[in-house]
Design a protein around this ligand. Structure first.
Ligand SMILES: Nc1ncnc2c1ncn2[C@@H]1O[C@H](COP(=O)(O)O)[C@@H](OP(=O)(O)O)[C@H]1O
Ligand SMILES: [Mg+2]
Ligand SMILES: [Mg+2]
Ligand SMILES: [Mg+2]
Length: 349
């Protein structure tokens, strides 16, 4: 209805990008992985760039004229001396993906690819429409051979109105503590949601669409929870304290990226806890798509119980952490979070 054309384009762009990422992950070379300029040591690969170029190109083809994209990557490092070879690899990957799709009948030059990457420089905000893209969320997982997602959302006047999460390594059947990666299972899911219309999961080729729903479990003893694989991204000791206070019996399911939101949206677990270390500022592309995908039965707030506000530009302005659960469990979870934070803040004897 309201966003049908946008949703179809987002699914197409994210699926193409996911196929590109899959190909690169299968044949990942050490030379494909780089560290980002100065700011921090987060990795970035040819697939992050290729995915961003591809999604940006597809969206601009589908919506010529009105286009604003807030995306994670930029071409600064690629334009430096010695970047030529990697730009050629990215360009080849993007063109192979476009050729295999066949919709656009064009071949991009290296400069076209760099421009497509750089068109993700919008600052977003509370006016108008903005696409929000994480071309690979969970790059560390991607490099390790684990979970990652292509995460694309649309903001309309500061609200997330649709989201697509392509999760190339997520098993089609429920994952659990015992089998977080299920190597024998068929993998590759795509979740999509539009405001007020529920969440759906399909295979990456677009087939087998089913409606999904967050778990309705009310008893914390039967609930399991997700958290980051990387303890540098989220304090594992704090979530274990919260889980203990809540009465959760199961061990945490640790996975990279917004795949956690996808798994939660179909009821694989009932809780997601994210508590970055002091000073870390969350970006909108790390939560926009995921947060709308779990709204079919789920609630996403910060640690003060406030809804996430995507209207303030690139950063989310929030209190302490992000918690996700179903409506019934949320009050109990919220109490456990408050009590755990208070306990941690107490001076140690
Ligand atoms: N110190 C830190 N604390 C919290 N999150 C961090 C972080 N450093 C990086 N991240 C974010 O955590 C994301 C991965 O999420 P998760 O922890 O759920 O796997 C990264 O996305 P990218 O991989 O897109 O850079 C990055 O934005
Ligand atoms: Mg990154
Ligand atoms: Mg990310
Ligand atoms: Mg990323």
């Amino acid at each position: 209805m309201a966003y049908d054309k946008e949703l179809a384009a987002a699914i197409k762009a994210a699926s193409l990008a996911a196929r590109l990422c899959r190909k690169v992950q299968k044949a990942l070379l050490q030379s494909d992985v780089r560290s980002k300029h100065g700011r921090n040591k987060s990795p970035v690969t040819v697939a992050d760039y290729g995915s961003q170029a591809l999604v940006s190109f597809v969206l601009q083809q589908e919506f010529p004229g009105e286009f604003s994209l807030v995306a994670e990557e930029d071409s600064i490092d690629l334009r430096k001396d010695g970047g030529g070879e990697i730009v050629e690899r990215i360009t080849k990957l993007v063109n192979e993906s476009l050729t295999s799709d066949g919709s656009y009948g064009v071949s991009l030059s290296s400069e076209d690819v760099l421009k497509a990457i750089d068109s993700g420089k919008s600052e977003g905000g509370s006016q108008g429409r903005h696409w929000v893209l994480d071309p690979i969320d969970g790059t560390k997982g991607f490099v390790r051979g684990d979970q990652y997602a292509v995460a694309l959302a649309l903001l309309d006047r500061g609200n997330v109105v649709l989201g697509v999460l392509a999760c190339p390594n997520l098993p089609l059947t429920s994952i659990s503590v015992a089998h977080p990666h299920s190597p024998n299972n068929e993998v590759g899911c795509l979740f999509f949601a539009e405001v007020g219309r529920g969440t759906y999961m399909q295979l990456l080729d677009g087939s087998s669409t089913v409606k999904v729903q967050v778990s309705a479990v009310e008893n914390p003893e039967e609930a399991s929870f997700f958290e980051s694989y990387e303890s540098a991204h989220s304090m594992h000791d704090l979530s274990s304290l919260i889980a203990q206070k809540l009465g959760v019996k199961a061990a945490p399911i640790r996975m990279d990226s917004q795949v956690k939101y996808g798994a939660l949206s179909r009821g694989d677990g009932a809780i997601y806890l994210r508590f970055p270390r002091n000073g870390y500022r969350e970006k909108i592309w790390d939560h926009a798509a995921g947060s709308i995908v779990v709204t079919a039965g789920g609630v996403v707030t910060d640690a003060a119980g406030k809804q996430l506000d995507f209207s303030k530009g690139k950063y989310l302005d929030l209190d302490t952490g992000i918690i996700v659960s179903n409506q019934k469990l949320m009050p109990l979870l919220f109490d456990a979070v408050r009590a755990s934070l208070a306990e941690k803040a107490k001076p140690q004897p």
